[in-house]
Design a binder for this molecule. Sequence first.
Ligand code: ADE
Length: 231
Amino acid sequence: FGTIGIIGAMQEEIELVLARLENKQTEKHGGIVYHRGDFHGKKVVLTRSGVGKVNSAVCTQILIDRFGADAVIFTGVAGAVDPALNIGDIVVSSSSLQHDVDVTALGFPRGTIPYQDVSEYAADARLVALAELSGEKVFPGRCVTGKVLSGDQFIADRSAVKQLYEELGGACTEMEGASVAQVCHMNDIPYVVIRSMSDKADGSAHVNFAEFTIEAANRSFAIVEEMVKAL
Ligand code: ADE
């Protein structure tokens, strides 16, 4: 890849890379700050999108249009949806879907955007394979590949998370991955989402999130670093 776009939603999620970026040049567009630089000899653009699907969608389009990103990696934390996952475990996206899209009243399944070719966006096979390899190397036995569910909602409820698992078969839930994926799909750009679990999206999610976000964000970043080295 020529230029790799790396997105995190929060400062904790990009901080470690930011400190290590060489030949850093910073620009602001549409209210979002972008840092160009070299990371392990690769050209990257690192950015904090802000939280939620609109922020991350705008951020991704700008990465593609203004910075020529030809691959996008999202790094960060998520709530575990698959009950087999524990805090600190890592999910590599096989695909992603917006769980809060609801046009069920018109007969469309939950998560389906009407009149569109796809609503579940497959992640790039090469980036997924590389993320899996990197993940196994850094955190052996703690990585799974699965469906990432995104929505403009912090899920902190046992029945809500159970429903996400049973209805949509998600591995984890967060607030940006699928909108990044949709923009990448619209532009024919490969993407992958890497998420480390900060909580289990249940009644304790807010407490766990506060306690484990920094550690989980750093775990996700460690995998991205390993990937960039190998790209
Ligand atoms: N990011 C981390 N934990 C989350 C949760 N429970 N819901 C949505 N986004 C999250």
